[in-house]
Every structure is written in structure tokens, then in C-alpha cells.
Design a protein around this ligand. Structure first.
Ligand code: GUN
Length: 279
């Protein structure tokens, strides 16, 4: 039986540690405030935003909600972010993605001050990560590193294969694995003979966005499998990028969906918020 990597438990552990740290910071007169901006009312975004506000309340961080109508213009959103950049009572700014079509997401990400970029999406944060400077880490990949470390799984010297090259997961994941002295391969939709590459992995990270794509022939016996996927199958059931049923018997450890990587993203967002006042 594979070890189940319990993201729910580990994220709770991190939030509990942060709650203690935030209390100590409050005693030193340091308060933390996160501005949470949502444009429109996409149901999935509404759930994410609600969970982020809930986590803030739990840890002891103030969340200030900005709920803007679907038809908000790019200029209006840029102006709000500029105000929040200047507002000394706001430590972090989170703009929930995706944004409506009339707004250029890259422009919005670049407008957020790198000092308040708790999502770690700004090019300055990305650059800092790649050159090994301190800075805000992209939350999902940072959460995966914590999942591995806190489950007693070493990264140093391991052959790590990532499937998917997005700016939010695949690419920052590669940088973080390098920082932990892992050997990293990033694969994608144009990779030739994908299964031959992924079956070399000691640690396989699936961030593709295709329901149950990774089946047993993609994994090596005894590998560790991290599933970043959050999909709906034909019967509208929540499932990951990994075909859990066929892969689990073959591997040494695996994350479930839900309850694996998902809860870690918000825990690491909270960590980035605390990072804004750590010195
Ligand atoms: N939409 C889906 N995931 C995320 C995330 O991590 N941050 C933001 N801002 N939007 C998202």
C-alpha cells in the first residue's frame, strides 16, 4: 500500500504554526492585512476566495475584500491596485484569476507591487526565485515542497519529472526542485514518448489539467506521485490528473484528490502573507 500524502493534515499543521507566529507578531505591534480582489462572480473563483478569507481569519490575518462587477474595465482595476500598492495598511494583494476577457492578466500581475505580490506571479518574484534570492514563492509549487519535506521524502539527488510547463505550477516547480538539489525534467504536450520520460522519475509531478491522464505505465515502481490536477470526469466527479486506482498500487507514496496538493496552496498563501512582515 502506498503512503497517502495527507495535504489536509499538513496544511492544517502549517496554518497552526502560522497562527502562533502571527500572534507573536501582533504582540510586537505588527498586523497583517491581505487585500483580496475578485472581478465578476465565477463560481469556482468565489469558492477559492471564500476559502482564502476563511484561512486569513483562522491564522489571524485581516482580509479586505474587493468584489468588483464583471464589466470592470482594465483601467479601473489598475487604479484600484495602484491605490492598494500605496496603502500602508495593506501588506499583500491577491487578484483572483481568471479575469474577464476585457482585462489583460499579465498587465494586472505586473501592476501589483513586487513587495505585496503574495501570489508570487510578478516577473520580479519569478526572477528572484530563479536566481536564488529571497522573495515570494508561487503557492502551489511551494506547497508541494512542504508536502514532500513534511512527509519525510527527500528531494536532493532525486530524478524529478514535471508534466506541464505553466507559469503558475510547472516552471516555478522546476526552480524550487533545483533549489532543493533535485535533478529536474520539465515535460509538456510536445514531449516525445512521454511515458518513457515519466517512468524514469523518482518523484513525478502531474500538472496537466487532464482527468486521470497519468496511468500505471507512466510511473516507475516505487515512485512518489504528486497530483496537482483538479478536474471533473464524465460523471462530474472531482478527480486529479493521475488515475489513482491504477497508479496507487505501483508507487511508494501518492497525493489524493481532493485532500492532497489543493489545501497546500492556501496554506502557502498565508505563509507569503506572514512573510511580508517577517524580518
Ligand atoms: N486562480 C487559480 N489559482 C489561483 C492562484 O493561486 N492565485 C490567484 N490569484 N488566482 C488563482
Amino acid at each position: 500500500m502506498a503512503q497517502l500524502i495527507d495535504g489536509k493534515r499538513i496544511s492544517q499543521e502549517i496554518k497552526d504554526e502560522l497562527k502562533v507566529e502571527v500572534q507573536k507578531l501582533k504582540e510586537q505591534g505588527k498586523e497583517i492585512c491581505l487585500a483580496v480582489v475578485q472581478v465578476g462572480s465565477d463560481p469556482a473563483s468565489t469558492v477559492y476566495v471564500r476559502n482564502k478569507k476563511k484561512a486569513c481569519a483562522y491564522v489571524g490575518i485581516e482580509s479586505r475584500a474587493y468584489e468588483l462587477p464583471e464589466e470592470t474595465t482594465e483601467e479601473e482595476l489598475v487604479n484600484l491596485i495602484k491605490e492598494l500598492n500605496q496603502d500602508e495598511t495593506v501588506n499583500g494583494i491577491l487578484v483572483q484569476l481568471p479575469l474577464p476577457g476585457q482585462i489583460d492578466e499579465d498587465k494586472i500581475i505586473r501592476t501589483i507591487s513586487p513587495d505585496k505580490d503574495v501570489d508570487g506571479f510578478h516577473p520580479v518574484s519569478v526572477g528572484r526565485l530563479w536566481i536564488g534570492e529571497k522573495g515570494f514563492l508561487s503557492c502551489t509549487p511551494a506547497g508541494i515542497i512542504q508536502l514532500l519535506k513534511r512527509s519525510g521524502i527527500g528531494i536532493e539527488g532525486k530524478n524529478c519529472v514535471i508534466v506541464g510547463r505553466s507559469n503558475i505550477v510547472g516552471k516555478p516547480m522546476a526552480a524550487l526542485i533545483l533549489r532543493e538539489n533535485g535533478t529536474v525534467t520539465v515535460t509538456h504536450s510536445r514531449t516525445k514518448d512521454l511515458a518513457a520520460v515519466t517512468s524514469q522519475a523518482d518523484i513525478l509531478i502531474a500538472a496537466i489539467g487532464k482527468a486521470r491522464f497519468v496511468t500505471a505505465e507512466y510511473v516507475k515502481e516505487g515512485a512518489v506521485v504528486i497530483d496537482v490536477g483538479m478536474n471533473r470526469d464524465d460523471q462530474n466527479r472531482l478527480c486529479g490528473d493521475v488515475d489513482f486506482e491504477s497508479v496507487e498500487p505501483k508507487v511508494s507514496a501518492i497525493t489524493p484528490v481532493p485532500g492532497g496538493v489543493g489545501p497546500m496552496t492556501i496554506a502557502m498563501l498565508m505563509d507569503n502573507c506572514v512573510e511580508t512582515v517577517r524580518c
